[in-house]
Write a protein that binds this ligand. Structure first.
Ligand code: BGC
Length: 235
């Protein structure tokens, strides 16, 4: 057992469709190391991704426990979907396997949920979307997470899902200008649907957001996903 004292170091891991990122945080969530990153190996099977995490972890010095953000539905450490990785993840016990590999306790959560934990104020209805390879989403009510809200695969426009219209493949196809227009429509539609108090926009492509955002919409830095890793252990 790891004691929850001031010297506990958490290795935070973000598994993405294009990169695997890691960083060590102190008990308050402050980064203790430089972010490490490797390209997500292809095909992104559990074995090779876990290998990449082990390589990155070895370069991060000492840590006592591990938090993982995963780009799919996660229940009790088991990954249930993985649209942008590989079908071998369906029904895979990531928490147990990684814990054996690294010899440390491991907690796993959806990547957008982890981003949200690193960003929210903990008051009212807060919605988080992440723009990267996929389209991630997370909903919080007074700081309490509604886990695995897979908005990305729901219809948004012309029969396409949010992810089909706003994921990286779409961005590369249509370019920044059109993508920003679509995003503006998505923000308006999400406001009508959720009546959120605040919307946070994160993920690797959030840097491409180029519009006047409403006052209750905030861009969050790329690193937020990793920072969210500390909150998983505060239950
Ligand atoms: C997945 C989500 C994930 C998002 C961002 C989607 O394709 O279904 O679970 O949060 O991509 O990675």
């Amino acid at each position: 057992m790891v004691e929850d004292n001031g010297s506990v170091r958490t290795l935070s891991v973000d598994i993405g469709g294009s990169g695997v990122k890691v960083m060590v945080l102190d008990i308050t969530g402050k980064p203790l190391t430089e972010r490490g990153r490797l390209e997500t190996p292809q095909p992104a099977t559990p074995e090779v991704v876990i290998n990449a995490i082990a390589v990155l972890a070895a370069s991060q010095g000492e840590y006592h426990r591990v938090s993982v953000g995963f780009p799919g539905v996660v229940r009790s450490g088991v990954t249930e979907t993985a649209v942008n990785l590989n079908a071998d993840w369906i029904g895979f016990d990531l928490a147990t396997t990684l814990s054996k590999q690294l010899n440390k306790p491991v907690k796993v959560i959806n990547d957008a949920d982890m981003q949200g934990l690193g960003a929210i104020a903990g008051r009212g209805v807060e919605l988080v979307i992440t723009l990267g390879t996929g389209f991630g989403s997370a909903l919080f009510v007074d700081g309490k997470l509604v886990p695995n809200m897979e908005m990305g695969h729901h219809p948004f426009c012309k029969g396409d899902t949010y992810e089909e219209q706003l994921g990286r493949a779409a961005l590369e196809k249509i370019g920044d200008k059109k993508w920003n227009k679509r995003l503006q429509r998505a923000i308006a539609s999400l406001q009508r649907l959720f009546n959120y108090d605040c919307l946070y926009i994160g993920g690797g492509e959030a840097v491409r957001v180029n519009m006047n955002l409403p006052l209750n919409v905030k861009l969050i830095p790329n690193i937020t996903g990793l920072l969210g890793g500390i909150a998983l252990w505060r239950e």
